[in-house]
Ligand binder design. Structure first.
Ligand code: MRU
Length: 356
């Protein structure tokens, strides 16, 4: 997708270096960062220079490529693969991508290993682009149906950033929106700010602006009254881990939006590539929920009057704060899942029909 009119992907490989768009600097600065060693990839995931379930999976895959360039040794590869999996706990894509890479790389001692690793990392990215495009092709039909009934702008609420910046291209939740916009269907997006890291305001609104999709940032607690007023036609969010039961873990606050949508008969969709499905965990209480540093809550960062990025404390110095990064939306509140293979119910039967 475009930034200042130029097509980008979120991650690519050039001259033995992994290139990323540093998302901690957006929206105020556009910085392309070099990851040269596997520890740079691990750090980029931890500090969220890259974030979003599919993109952290792809970064972990390229991290293993960097590990091989650094030290082509099976025990080093094994150790770093574990560190990559543990760099963030909730999104299953990290484990999915690392397991997929290690299946190809374990026990390979020939000089071919780098080529094999690079091909697989590239394949993970290409596949994600295709899957996200397919999510858009399936999801746009829902938007079109609403438009055909309403004959005026379709208002869509989204939470966090499940946009192209969270994937390689297109995004998951945003892909149907971009497809609708390209088809000329009038859409407007309510963008939840998404405290504490403001991925909605800093990333979703930014990327929608760059693609000229009309959008309005709202405080996280605004969605409920907008739904009561009939100003939200549908919600689309992403997911970090989707259970075979249809329950999903996504950015903190998703659950409350789903409850409000349920109470107001607003359709609530979750868009996902199959790389976020966890077929093993059966009970959502077993999903590891990331707890991040409370400073992400007590400090905010922004531009000062001289256009310099500044970090300021907004809480009382003595106050304690707690920063859970994800919550769970039970399947009963989800109208449907939008996947690369089409739409399905958020249930074992629904997912089972598409992914045997
Ligand atoms: O903490 P983040 O910014 O990595 O959280 C991202 C989300 O919650 C997204 O909604 C999710 O990863 C789906 S991305 C297509």
């Amino acid at each position: 997708m475009k930034i200042e009119g130029k097509e980008y992907r979120t991650i690519w490989f050039e001259n033995n270096i992994v290139k990323i768009i540093d998302q901690t600097k957006l929206p105020h600065q556009f910085v392309i960062k070099d990851l040269k060693r596997v520890k740079d990839a691990i750090n980029a995931i931890k500090v969220m220079e890259v974030r979003g379930a599919p993109l952290i999976g792809a970064t972990a895959a390229y991290g293993l490529v960097l590990a091989i360039i650094e030290n082509n040794d099976q025990s080093f590869l094994k150790k770093t693969s574990e560190e990559l999996i543990n760099s963030r706990p909730t999104a299953i894509n990290l484990k999915w991508a690392v397991d997929r890479m290690m299946k190809k790389l374990s026990g390979v001692n020939s000089n071919e290993i780098l080529k094999i690793a690079l091909n697989e990392a590239k394949e993970i990215c290409e596949e994600d682009v295709k899957f996200c495009e397919n999510i858009g092709i399936s999801g746009v039909k829902i938007i079109e149906e609403i438009y055909n009934k309403k004959k005026s702008t379709v208002n869509i609420l989204t939470h966090c950033n499940a946009g192209w910046l969270a994937t390689i291209n297109w995004g998951t939740a945003t892909s149907p929106i971009y497809h609708a916009h390209k088809k000329g269907i009038p859409v407007h997006v309510w963008v939840d700010e998404t405290r504490p890291r403001n991925q909605g305001a800093n990333l979703t609104s930014y990327e929608l602006n760059e693609e000229e999709v009309p959008n309005t940032i709202i405080a996280d607690n605004t969605g409920g009254i907008l739904m009561q007023r009939g100003e939200v036609d549908m919600c689309i969010v992403g997911t970090d881990r989707t259970l075979s039961t249809g329950d999903v873990a996504n950015k903190i606050g998703t659950y409350l939006k789903a409850l409000a949508a349920y109470d107001n008969n607003v359709p609530f969709y979750v868009a996902l590539p199959s790389s976020t499905i966890d077929w093993d965990i059966k009970d959502f209480k077993d999903i590891p929920i990331e707890e991040r540093n409370s400073e992400e809550l007590s400090y905010v960062e922004g531009l000062d009057e001289n256009n310099n990025i500044k970090k300021i404390l907004i809480y009382p110095k003595k106050s304690k704060a707690m920063n859970l990064a994800f919550d769970i939306t039970p399947a009963k509140y989800i109208t449907g899942l939008i996947t690369e293979k089409g739409l399905c119910d958020a249930s074992k039967e629904g997912l089972g029909k598409l992914f045997k």
